[in-house]
Design a binder for this molecule. Structure first.
Ligand SMILES: [Zn+2]
Length: 418
């Protein structure tokens, strides 16, 4: 599972001597974990397949801006490409799973258990905070990588590996599928289960018991009704996130749940099959090409991106999806791709929306630019501006109710430190 000390044992996206792939605003370490001769190491198509993954990541790194790390350098995203799948459904009714993505999370806990709240995954934290969160406690993470992806190279699946060429049916388009999985890693990912609880179920549960841990994508989920009430909200206006209202909305079909794009004020439909399908519900948009289609729009984050026999392929997220990424806290540069391919915006002139602002809280404990705050000389007064000094885009304007209790006699104040 872990990255070997000698990364030359793996196939990688290493274009640079230091073992990274340079990107537009952030860089990568991308490690392919296939055994020799298999999947991304296949002697016939492996190199072409790896090149598509590396190109799609590099292209997205020109779109998504990043906060520098503590040394003023672009942050490095470490991604694991897990051993390839070799699966094909036995029934024509079952979908062909072309790829999977697994964003990793870490979360705060205290001696009494796991904290509920909104969680930003490790990819988000690295890109927007410029720091490496892997040395903190994680809920479903691991100590090296910020996210993981894998792809299916069953011999019945015919892939198109050339981003410049259109597809010929019945091929599937690897660039489209990689982009789709990258967007899951960036944050198109829900932790809502079929009964409204969090998919991350810690030992001992959450306190209070009806609360849970959800993503900042989940924070945008609303009911399709006149008031657009959120599916989840913090009952104490703070960390205790709970599911709100009738649970049937999770299993009712068609346009019952929307994502609120706070940037544009628009609403995007979440895919809604009749019933519940694990790993599909909530993390995809409803698309005319999908099996549960209720709308007439195409989205990269369609549940089946995928059916490129229909002639559908994606060379970047749709403008609506880029705006949604901005609503999740990313900043879009308004430029897509490194300029090496004809569909890149500097070549085509077809510019994506520029949107979003950096707002990221950075932990006050860690290597490089962070100092430990040692509360050993208390009682005393700590200026909140000191706590926020290493955060990005954060004004010292907070709800004091959301400051976690700290043992000791401490007064938080927004006044400058004396
Ligand atoms: Zn997906």
């Amino acid at each position: 599972m872990t990255q070997p000390a000698d990364r030359s044992l793996l196939s990688t996206c290493d274009f640079n001597a230091d073992g990274t792939l340079s990107g537009g605003h952030f860089s990568f370490q991308v490690d392919f974990f296939d055994d020799p001769g298999i999947g991304f190491n296949d002697p016939t198509f492996g190199a072409a397949a790896r090149a598509v993954v590396c190109q799609a990541l590099r292209d997205m790194s020109f779109l998504i801006e990043a906060s520098p790390d503590c040394n003023g350098l672009p942050p490095v995203l470490r991604l694991k490409i897990d051993a390839s799948m070799n699966e094909y459904p036995t029934s024509a009714l079952d979908p062909i799973v072309l790829g999977r993505a697994n964003p990793l999370y870490y979360n705060f806990s205290n001696p009494s258990g796991q904290m509920p709240g909104w969680v930003h995954n490790s990819v988000w934290r690295t890109v927007n905070g410029g720091e490496d969160p892997t040395n903190y406690p994680f809920v479903n993470g691991e100590p090296v990588y910020h996210g993981m992806m894998r792809f299916n190279f069953h011999p019945n699946i015919s892939w198109n590996f050339d981003p410049q060429n259109v597809l010929s049916a019945p091929q599937f388009d690897l660039y489209s599928v990689v982009l789709h999985e990258i967007c899951h890693l960036l944050g198109f990912a829900s932790l809502v289960t079929d009964n409204g609880t969090s998919d991350i179920d810690p030992l001992g549960g959450y306190t209070p018991s009806n609360s849970g841990l959800y993503t900042n994508y989940d924070r945008l989920l609303v009911r399709n009704e006149s008031s657009y009430s959120p599916l989840l909200s913090p009952v104490n206006n703070c960390y205790d996130i709970t599911f709100q209202g009738n649970i049937n909305v999770l299993t009712d079909p068609c346009n019952v749940i929307l994502l609120r794009d706070v940037n544009t004020g628009l609403y995007l439909p979440v895919v809604a099959p009749n019933g519940w399908i694990d790993n599909v519900e909530m993390s995809h948009l409803d698309d005319i090409g999908g099996p549960f289609a209720c709308n007439s729009t195409h989205y990269l984050m369609n549940r089946s991106v995928i059916q490129n026999a229909l002639g559908q392929s994606f060379r970047r997220p749709t403008d609506a999806e880029i705006n949604l990424l901005c609503s999740m806290g990313y900043k879009s540069s308004g430029v897509y791709g490194d300029g090496s391919l004809s569909f890149h915006s500097v070549v085509s002139g077809n510019n994506p929306p520029a949107c979003g602002e950096f707002v990221a809280g950075v932990d006050d404990d860690g290597a490089n630019c962070h100092d430990h705050f040692v509360f050993c000389e208390l009682p005393g007064t700590i200026s909140i501006s000191t706590i926020l000094a290493n955060d990005i885009g954060v004004l010292p304007n907070i709800d004091a109710n959301c400051i976690e209790p700290v043992v000791g006699n401490i007064t938080f104040t927004a006044a400058p430190a004396i």
